[in-house]
Write a protein that binds this ligand. Structure first.
Ligand code: SF4
Length: 359
């Protein structure tokens, strides 16, 4: 199969150039989808989707000013703030998630960075969830190398910290921390031998070049993130980005496909904004190489309409849930559950949409 570009597709590379990434974005959509699906099948089991459960362990009152996020204390969005949960309550949620078939349990807290006493409590949560046999993930804001080590020692598997957007556009979205701060946290997480979950948010008013630059930055990290969440902005009244012109659906699909081509082994996560997408668009995203979704802990209830709708969609598409070892477990998750509403796409926390809808 010849490549549609002057460079080969499917190789693991960390030296992508902006013209190369832009050339991928410029491919005819059908060619782009075809090559993304071909590369996807070289590196992943087809028709399988990794599913994680997400719990907001501390909601709102965040001092940062991320323009998309209702958890920022600076915006009046009507969000109810919630203090850090008790360890026992988190364990109970994780148990329910496990019984419902989840393999990974993600804990998110709206912090700029956790304080020492908060981190101790969260480390205990991680120990408890780890002891249940679940993969553990956390998103807590900026981490120092020592904090990352403390979480690793507690049994943390993954840490989420998004880049959000391109380095050039970043200042339009967040002023209270720098792009380099984010890269430093990612370095600390890697140094602690944690797996990385890192992606961005589309539809914030960025240019096509910004989308290319975001994916270029992710792909040229020293190691590709194991998980790459691609979020579509969930507009929340009261945040500065409410009223932003929405991104054209095909542009979102293109970004998923380019992420798949740039980071062939990563799980590309169709993340925040999924519930607002048509089933046809979600199917196109899976065709483009998305193979991971989130569903919220509070939605893991029998008869939940979102969960049921997802279960039916997965059945119609013939998609299976991936287990933690990468094996299939049948349609949906094999236990009658399916992904529902996923989290938001924020930099330190993926929880803004979750908070908006469930907190
Ligand atoms: S995205 Fe994270 S850091 Fe930014 S305001 Fe929301 S919770 Fe705080």
């Amino acid at each position: 199969m010849t490549s549609p570009t002057a460079f080969p597709l499917g190789a693991i590379r960390h030296d992508w150039t902006l013209p190369e990434v832009q050339a991928l974005f410029a491919l005819p959509l059908m060619d782009l989808l075809f090559h993304a699906q071909r590369v996807h099948r070289e590196h992943h089991e087809p028709n399988t989707v990794q599913m994680s459960t997400l719990l907001s362990i501390k909601t709102g009152a965040c001092p940062e000013d991320c323009a998309y996020c209702p958890q920022s204390v600076r915006y009046d969005t009507g969000l109810t703030h919630e203090a850090l949960m008790e360890v026992a309550a988190v364990r109970e949620s994780a148990l329910r998630a496990r019984e419902a078939g989840a393999t990974r349990f993600c804990m998110g807290a709206a912090y700029r960075s956790p304080k020492a006493r908060e981190l101790k409590v969260i480390a205990q949560m991680i120990r408890e969830v780890h002891a249940l046999g679940l993969e553990t993930c956390a998103t807590l804001g900026m981490l120092s190398p020592e904090q990352a080590k403390e979480l690793k020692e507690a049994g943390l598997d993954y840490y989420n910290h998004n880049l959000d957007t391109s380095p050039q556009f970043y200042g339009e979205i967040i002023t209270t921390r720098t792009y380099q701060d984010r890269l430093d946290t990612l370095r600390a997480v890697r140094a602690a031998d944690l797996k990385v979950c890192c992606g961005g948010i589309l539809g914030m008013g960025e240019s096509p070049a910004d989308r290319a630059e975001l994916l270029l930055t992710l792909a040229n990290l020293p190691e590709h993130p194991e998980s790459v969440p691609i979020n579509q902005l969930v507009q929340v009244q009261g945040t500065p980005l409410a009223g932003t012109a929405p991104l054209a659906p095909f542009e979102f699909v293109r970004a998923i496909a380019v992420a798949r081509l740039l980071m062939p082994r990563s799980h590309v996560r169709l993340s925040a904004g999924r519930q607002a997408m048509s089933e046809e668009m979600q199917a196109l995203c899976f065709m483009a190489g998305a193979n991971s979704v989130f569903y919220g802990e509070k939605l893991l209830t029998t008869g939940n309409p979102d969960v049921e709708r997802d279960r039916q969609l997965f059945e119609r598409l013939g998609l299976r849930a991936e287990t933690s070892s990468g094996r299939e477990s049948g349609h949906g998750d094999g236990h009658g559950n399916a992904p529902g509403q996923e989290s938001g796409g924020c930099g330190c926390s993926r929880l803004h949409a979750h908070a908006e809808t469930a907190s």
